[in-house]
Write a protein that binds this ligand. Structure first.
Ligand code: BGC
Length: 886
């Protein structure tokens, strides 16, 4: 999104490529990456000077007219494979001194852009293993001599490893880890695309002899994944690595290090590895110095070479950040419990693993158990189903030994150490929080501690479930890219973290799997483990809604263009399923999944008619597609999808809306969907339906009565019905079922079910009970947008709308968001009858500020602004019941 006016800004504070602010610029896929910048201080910019130092030493310059700061088209000749360039920019134009300062340089390097750039095969430590039991991990190593390759000391200008694996892998060079990435190459639809990593190993490469080593084991490619017993070796049977090591001389010539025949493999200290099951590691088996020069590899075996041509999947650089340890948590309590186990409570439910420091005799085995909750005084492991989540460490007996597993991940707050040597006082264990290393972009705070904890829980559930791809849960035998979950959560996700890279990669898999299955499967990547493989409303609609929400956030139409075929295929399919009537009333549906009245064993049994939900979503995505087609200049398509949407709207009205505005499925979700998706024929109907909604919500005594579909929109529906007060009642309710009930139960993440834990502390008896699902946390978007009032007025935040709607007895609330233009915030407080609002509007943007009550509407430019007005909160009325126990 561009600003067409002259921006009031000066020094360039930051430059980045595509929508990947803060992201790596090493090994990128784009030949012509688009450039964005933000500024710090205030001065006007009439144009932008861009300077590129090319790989061949030449300098190219370009002046971009105007003050556009977002997604400037690459003005230089395209990058070639491996080309490394340095980009810097500065304000240009008459009012800027000719010696104006350049921005800090941004080093950019293209990855291997052509398949033909790959010159090595996969090398396999194992080409197949029996299924049904866990397999070991493997070590592979190779040595080379730089001098023998004609590279004299000081002549290696740069060294790069381009690498990937079938399985999960980690690299070492001359005895040291090459990066802190975890679980690489992550999970993609491997039959279509496999990501490779690019590592800068210039500092690690020595003159003379060098050694490279790889740990590889089962993961998503090979091993067991999925529920109902899961599937083995979904993508292939080999555990292999692809490692292309290139050294560049100072004259720019590239030397491919001939590792292929030098590789040898051995079994590793990892005796068993499973993403769900855990890892067993015998430290006695670690061959000392195995990834260093001079190691005696006698007995190591020659790996099988697997020609790259036999794996047609595209090799691509990651579009998003890697998975890493993002935080280390010490235990908040350590206690001895039954069975002579030591229980650790980390005070926070996480996706991660333990790091232990332990001393004891060689051969002593410590067992590490993980669980999200305690039930009846024991670790509550039943909800994990077949994800046993147990790690085992066998000591080498060499003083203090430090260990953390490499090839597994657990969802847990509690851990128990079994057979810990040396007693409780010697426990030295931390929890490592592991997830995609996304940039935090959204914050919320208020005077309500429960609401703040709810928000914190949403943030944690998002962190814990963005483990390379957006998943449902991090703990049980699932951890799948459920489409419905991210569909409802997308507006919140784009607020809280920089997710563009992660989601744009995942959407490519959506398109691939959609092409394979003939519809958008219920989770992506799709694996056939018994779940109904049918088009499903609210789940398949992710193909349209996720790109749309990304576009709304970033203001970048490219995601729409890239996903257009997928978006269209979904809407066309549903249109066909309705027999071109617009009424989707047949086939499998998940409906308002996890409506609180659905029985534990039947979570899809919601009160709301499933087909009402299906047709409503059909209207919504057909409309969004029509809008998308308009944005992309596809006018004929736009007209067609408008017709599809209108037909579906008419069908919805005929089937589900009585002339007086009554919605036939008389539930909170049904009415909320009809209001928020704008499905009524007349304003009178909306008003009548709104009254009915207010009645139903009050009749439920402001307890939640919605599932996945209704929950993200119920507060908005109430506000549109004139029930801001009711929305606050619902939001701040803390009795079961409600958003705050889990908070009263000590939850530190968002639960899958409203009652994942029952009031007596027992775990919901359903077979599907997670304590870490982000879907029902989608209300955080409402907290930012309505409670704190920070919203965008157009895609990409070039114009903001700041319109806090205080209530619920809150005395202050604030939200801030790192928009593509910089930090925006809205911070209000009230004091007696006065209302105070402080806003921050990023450079290059403007804001419409709407004060509550009769405070008026104000148009403001970039900078900090303060407003005051009179205010009365209806909930202050002593005749009204209190909102909650807080
Ligand atoms: C997942 C959900 C998902 C649902 C749909 C569950 O097992 O955890 O979050 O959307 O199935 O059936």
């Amino acid at each position: 999104m561009s600003t067409t006016t002259t921006a009031q800004v000066a020094a360039i504070a930051d430059i980045w490529l595509e929508n990947r602010r803060g992201g790596s610029t090493l090994g990128i896929a784009e030949r012509r990456p688009r450039i964005s910048w933000t500024t710090a201080a205030e001065v006007s910019i009439e144009s932008l000077d861009l300077e590129l130092l090319r790989g061949d030493g030449s300098v190219q310059r370009h002046t971009e007219a105007g003050a556009q700061s977002r997604l400037i088209a690459w003005p230089f000749p395209p990058l070639s494979s491996r080309e490394s360039v340095i980009l810097r920019v500065r304000p240009g134009g008459d009012s800027v001194p000719p010696d104006a300062e350049w921005s800090a340089p941004l080093q950019v390097e293209a990855g291997l852009l052509e398949r033909s750039d790959w010159a090595v095969p996969f090398v396999a430590a194992s080409v197949s293993e029996p299924q049904g039991t866990l397999r070991p991990g493997y070590l592979l190593r190779a040595e080379w001599d730089s001098t023998a390759l004609g590279l004299e000391p000081g002549t290696v200008q740069r060294a790069r490893i381009y690498s990937s694996a079938h399985g999960i892998y980690e690299l070492e060079l001359n005895g040291r880890p090459v990066s802190d990435d975890l679980l690489s190459p992550g999970w993609t639809s491997y039959s279509h695309r496999l990501r490779y990593q690019t590592y800068d190993v210039t500092e690690a490469v020595r003159s003379g002899r060098n050694a490279v080593g790889v740990w590889v084991a089962d993961g998503w490619y090979r091993g067991r994944i999925g529920f109902e017993g899961g599937l083995w070796d979904v993508y292939g049977q080999d555990a292999s690595v692809l490692v292309q090591l290139e050294l560049t001389r100072s004259d720019g010539t590239v030397v491919l290090v001939p590792l292929t025949d030098a590789w040898r493999w051995s079994e590793s200290p990892v005796t068993e590895a499973g993403l769900y099951e855990g890892e067993s590691y015998d430290a006695r088996l670690l061959p000392a110095g195995w990834s260093e020069v001079g190691f005696d590899a006698t007995g190591w075996k020659t790996p099988t070479q697997l020609d790259l041509a036999s794996f047609p999947a595209e090799l691509e650089p990651p579009t998003g950040p890697a998975v890493r340890v993002t935080e280390v948590l010490p235990p908040v309590s350590v206690e001895l419990v039954a069975g002579n186990r030591i229980r650790l409570d980390f005070g926070q439910n996480i996706a991660g693993k333990l790091r232990i420091r332990v001393a004891g005799p060689a051969g002593h085995v410590v067992t590490l158990h993980h669980a999200e909750v305690i039930e009846d005084g024991l670790l509550g492991v039943r909800p994990l189903r077949s994800a046993v989540s147990v790690d085992r460490y066998t000591l080498a007996g060499a003083g203090i030994e430090e260990w953390t597993p490499r090839f597994t991940l657990h969802g847990f707050r509690y851990a128990e150490l079994e057979n810990w040597p040396g007693g409780i006082e010697t426990v030295d264990v931390e929890a490592l929080v592991v997830h995609t290393d996304m940039e935090r972009t959204g914050w919320f705070d208020s005077s309500h501690p429960g609401l703040n904890r709810l928000h914190e829980n949403v943030v944690w559930s998002m962190r814990d479930n963005f483990v390379d791809l957006p998943t449902d849960c991090p703990q049980r035998d699932e951890r799948l890219g459920w489409t419905g979950d991210i569909q409802v959560f997308a507006p919140t996700a784009v607020r809280l973290f920089g997710v563009h890279g992660t989601l744009s990669g995942w959407l490519r898999d959506v398109a691939y799997e959609q092409a394979d299955q003939g519809h958008v499967p219920n989770f992506v990547p799709w694996i056939e483990c018994g779940f109904p493989n049918h088009p499903t409303a609210a789940w398949g609609d992710a193909a349209v809604i996720v790109p749309w929400e990304m576009y709304r956030h970033d203001g970048d139409t490219r995601v729409l263009a890239d996903q257009y075929a997928s978006m269209r295929a979904w809407v066309d399919l549903v249109d066909n399923l309705t027999g071109n009537t617009g009424l989707w009333n047949t086939g499998f549906q998940l409906g308002d999944w996890l409506d609180p009245t659905a029985p534990p064993e039947s979570p899809g049994d919601s009160r709301t008619d499933k087909y009402l939900v299906a047709t409503a979503y059909h209207v919504r995505t057909a409309r969004l597609l029509a809008e998308t087609a308009t944005i992309l200049g596809k006018d004929a398509d736009a007209a067609h999808y408008r017709t599809v949407a209108e037909r579906a709207t008419t069908a919805f009205q005929a089937e589900y809306i009585a002339p007086n505005g009554r919605v036939v499925s008389d539930t909170v979700t049904a009415i909320a969907v009809a209001i928020v998706f704008e499905l009524f024929a007349t304003e009178e109907q909306v008003a009548r339906a709104g009254q009915r909604l207010l009645h139903l919500v009050a009749a439920s005594d402001f307890h939640i009565s919605t599932g996945f579909v209704g929950t993200p929109i119920i507060c908005d529906a109430l506000v549109r019905a004139g029930g801001l007060d009711a929305a606050y009642h619902l939001l701040l309710q803390d009795e079961l079922p409600s958003w705050l009930y889990p908070v009263t139960m000590g939850a530190t993440t968002i639960w899958e079910r409203w009652d994942s834990m029952l009031p007596d502390g027992s775990v919901n008896p359903g077979d599907m009970t997670s304590f870490n699902h982000y879907a029902l946390g989608a209300v955080a978007d409402f907290m930012h947008r309505v409670v704190a009032g920070l919203d965008s007025a157009e895609p990409g935040f070039a114009r903001l709308r700041i319109a806090p709607q205080p209530g619920g007895g809150l005395t202050h609330a604030s939200a801030s968001h790192l928009t593509p233009f910089g930090l925006a915030s809205s911070r209000w407080r009230r004091d007696g009858g006065r209302f105070f609002l402080d806003v921050e509007v990023p450079p290059g943007t403007t804001a419409t500020v709407v004060l509550p009550n009769e405070g008026g509407v104000h148009e403001v430019g970039a900078g900090a602004h303060s407003f005051t007005s009179g205010f009365r909160d209806p909930s202050d009325d002593p005749a009204k019941p209190p909102f909650s126990r807080w």
